[in-house]
Design a protein around this ligand. Structure first.
Ligand SMILES: Cc1cc2nc3c(=O)[nH]c(=O)nc-3n(C[C@H](O)[C@H](O)[C@H](O)COP(=O)(O)OP(=O)(O)OC[C@H]3O[C@@H](n4cnc5c(N)ncnc54)[C@H](O)[C@@H]3O)c2cc1C
Length: 505
């Protein structure tokens, strides 16, 4: 079956889901819900999956994009979480998404804030992480080991570092997804290729063990989807549908810097947070040249918003921490944008795997996922992280459908994985993997689509997203299929092109 998602398919499948009983209804199409839809569909189950907004509308597009081996969990004694992360990182790098996930280097600059004892402790941690990599079967060729660099080498990789007092740097490697929202789209399309009906702009109003009341947000029409099992994968909104699920959302903010803001940066940075032992802010260079700087961890009070705001206090904090290692600290006017996401942390000492804590700082809450069955049979899967989405999805479907065949997703390549036609432009290969050839063919058939829209994005990317990636409006195109919208001026400049792309099809 075709993996393409578009308005015509949505309309057709929306009609179908009213008349059938599906094996599994998945609510929420972030990384977890898209993963659950794929897990169930690839076991041969019939699936409907809905999101109130768009693919990756929630937390999944606001991550740091690290596919990490769980080193920090090891440091806090959560060996099971660390192991699961290392295994899932290997699955993504080696089998399921080698076109979207790759190793990326990070430097920890050895400034006066990092004493020799702390540096030695961190290096021991990196070596343990490397041992975990090996035990999880990920080869060094895909994820190199750690090393110590001289100050001169560190400055060659990160010229904006303050040379004065720099004793060198610790170099480590971890996985990174080229774009978290694109990962979700790839998972959802792979689910669609296995027959899942993937329906955006469909809000679940009420859940039960045998289905949901749903509203088509484009027409306002309400209808029922009947299902043999229901999986609630609505992240920080999960408690709104299943009140027994208690969460303690925590806000994480990133800054967005323009390309070149930190010189010719060739590695990410772990920046020591003054006054905190072994806690670091992250400088994360992106494929489009922009740089993200993150990240905070603040408990959220009050209602959960659709799109969280990044407060000025977070921006000021991150600028100050970053300034601690830069030769020329950045000013507020050099911050091109900022975004915040809400971690769906489980507020239960038992439900989150035992390491959760009620009433403490959110930074200390367990990152382990929980699969919870409510009395009426709805299975909620929550917590965890992007890196472990596949395992979370497998656990959720195992619980929701105990008689189903075993999960196949550890060996199932996502849409775009596979051999790439030789001689294709690098930009397209990085974005589309094995589908790059098809995008190039589109540009050849319709040459006017080669028109640039923003750095690294052409009209062809937008038209492809409308025809194959389920983009239904300009917001889908600018804020999720591409990340142009992270900088307000770039978004405004690209808006006419996004609208033109929607009318071309
Ligand atoms: C700042 C930050 C940085 C992070 N960095 C990393 C990282 O580097 N690496 C990593 O592995 N993890 C990271 N994480 C964790 C990771 O991003 C999350 O654990 C993960 O994205 C959660 O995905 P989800 O699918 O469970 O939830 P979401 O992505 O929030 O998806 C929930 C979906 O449910 C939909 N929905 C809500 N209500 C309804 C309804 N009534 N009907 C239908 N649909 C509904 C929403 O529209 C949304 O699309 C980070 C998290 C944050 C906040």
């Amino acid at each position: 079956m075709e993996s393409s998602l578009n308005a015509a398919r949505r309309a057709r499948e929306l009609d179908e889901v009213r008349t059938v009983v599906v094996d599994v209804l998945v609510v929420g199409l972030g990384v977890t819900g898209a993963g659950a839809a794929l897990d169930a569909a690839s076991r041969g189950l019939s699936v409907a999956a809905v999101d109130a907004h768009d693919l990756a509308f929630g937390t999944s597009r606001w991550s740091s994009k690290l596919v990490h081996g769980g080193l920090r969990y090891l440091a806090s004694g959560q060996v099971g979480v660390a192991w699961e992360s290392a295994v899932e990182r290997g699955v993504l790098l080696r089998r399921t998404a080698p076109h979207l996930v790759a190793a990326h280097p990070y430097l920890l600059p050895l400034t006066s804030d990092v004493g020799p004892g702390e540096a030695a402790t961190v290096m021991t941690g990196y070596r343990l992480g490397d041992a975990l990599r090996a035990a999880a079967g990920t080869p060094r060729s895909l994820l190199p080991g750690p090393s110590r660099l001289t100050a001169a080498r560190a400055l060659a990789l990160a010229p904006s570092l303050r040379p004065h007092g720099l004793r060198g740097a610790l170099l480590s490697w971890d996985g990174r997804v080229v774009d978290d929202a694109r990962l979700v789209v790839a998972i959802a399309r792979t689910a669609a290729a296995h027959g899942a009906r993937v329906l955006t702009r469909c809000r679940a109003l009420a859940l039960a063990g045998d289905g949901a009341r749903v509203r088509d947000e484009l027409t306002g029409v309400e209808f029922d989807i009947r299902a043999r099992a229901v999986v609630n994968a609505t992240g920080v909104w999960a408690g709104g549908l299943v009140p027994s699920v208690a969460l303690r959302p925590s806000r994480g903010t990133h800054l967005v810097l323009r390309p070149g803001a930190l010189g010719a940066l060739r590695a990410g940075l772990h920046v020591p947070i003054p006054g905190e032992r072994a806690r670091f802010a992250l400088v994360l260079p992106q494929a489009d040249g922009r740089i993200y700087v993150g990240l905070t961890d603040e408990p959220l009070d009050g209602a959960v918003p659709d799109v969280p705001e990044a407060p000025e206090s977070d921006v000021a904090f991150l600028l100050e921490v970053l300034g601690g290692v830069l030769d020329r600290p950045l000013g507020r006017d050099q911050v091109a944008g900022a975004f915040a996401g809400l971690r769906p942390l489980v507020d239960s000492p038992g439900g989150a795997g035992g390491a959760g804590r009620v009433g403490g700082a959110t930074a200390d809450l367990s990152r382990r996922h929980a699969v919870l069955r409510s009395p009426d049979g709805v299975v909620t899967v929550v917590g965890g992280k992007l890196t472990t989405y596949r395992r979370m999805a497998e656990d959720a479907v195992d619980t929701a459908c105990p008689n189903a065949p075993a999960s196949r997703t550890a060996r199932l390549p996502l849409a775009g994985a596979g051999p790439v036609r030789p001689g294709l432009p690098r930009r397209l290969v990085l974005r589309y993997g094995a589908e790059a050839g098809a995008v190039l063919d589109l540009m050849r058939r319709e040459p006017e689509l080669a028109e640039p829209v923003a750095a690294g994005i052409t009209l062809a990317d937008l038209v492809w997203a409308v025809r194959h990636e389920g983009a239904l409006d300009a917001g889908d195109l600018l804020d999720r299929r591409t990340r142009i919208g992270l900088v307000a001026e770039d978004r405004a400049a690209a808006l006419p092109a996004a609208e033109a792309a929607l009318y071309r099809t």
